[in-house]
Design a protein around this ligand. Structure first.
Ligand code: DX5
Ligand code: ZN
Length: 216
């Protein structure tokens, strides 16, 4: 069964604590999308949000940095209470250094690839990560359609993981629902981010259950 990481990008910001309580008991992670208006067009929120959420949730705080040159803010997110920090390989010429910085703070390190980026781009750093995030949409917005062509990269990563005896998690993000999750799970995905499918529903925990049932 896949682990769930609801994305608060689609939550009600005025009632964030209430929305987090709705998903807390059914989820493993809480996905926090950081958008800088440069690496992606949108602007979302910063370390202050992570700091505010930390005391109200026991979930793994999964910080997805869609930020150009993420090295500038890694320490801030770690100090704010992130459990896991993801950096895009496309966002820095120094991905190895960025991942080292995350690990030096005692935080789990994740490397992220966009739909247009091949697995080969992250092969040299796979040995040092706790998680790989395969974007299943182009980052920047919630509510987009899952891109099925990304699934072969999940399989490729799962094969590499087995061949090299690594044990990183493989997360998917974008357009995930109880249908699209199936092929990704079969290919080797172990964590699913879901934003609009979970929070744009009267009963978010039913939606989480539907994703979990689809991957039994
Ligand atoms: C997209 C973000 C996602 C987003 C997913 O750039 O990284 O985490 O919240 O939203 P849905 O599940 O609606 O595609
Ligand atoms: Zn995300």
């Amino acid at each position: 069964m896949i682990k769930l990481a609801p994305s608060i990008l689609s939550a009600d910001y005025v009632n964030l604590q209430r929305d987090i309580e709705k998903i807390e008991k059914d989820s493993e992670y809480l996905h926090i999308d950081i958008m800088d208006g440069s690496f992606v067009p949108s602007i979302s929120y910063g370390p202050g949000w992570v700091k505010a959420i930390r005391p109200i949730s026991n979930l793994i705080l999964d910080v997805h940095m869609m930020v150009q040159n993420p090295e500038r803010y890694i320490n801030d997110f770690a100090d704010a209470g992130a459990d896991l920090i993801g950096v895009h390989v496309e966002a820095t010429p120094h991905i190895h250094r960025a991942l080292q910085m995350i690990k030096n703070k005692g935080v789990k390190a994740e490397v992220v690839i966009n739909p247009g980026t091949p697995v080969e781009a992250i092969k040299p750093v796979l040995y040092m990560v706790d998680q790989v995030l395969v974007m299943t949409v182009n980052p920047g917005f919630g509510g987009q359609k899952f891109l099925p062509e990304t699934v072969k990269k999940i399989k490729q990563l799962d094969d590499l993981k087995k061949a090299n005896g690594c044990n990183f998690d493989i997360e998917i993000d974008g357009g995930v629902n109880n249908e699209t999750v199936k092929s990704a799970y079969e290919a080797g995905a172990t964590v699913a981010v879901a934003g609009s499918y979970v929070f744009n529903a009267d009963n978010p925990s039913e939606r989480i259950e539907a994703i979990k049932q689809a991957t039994k």
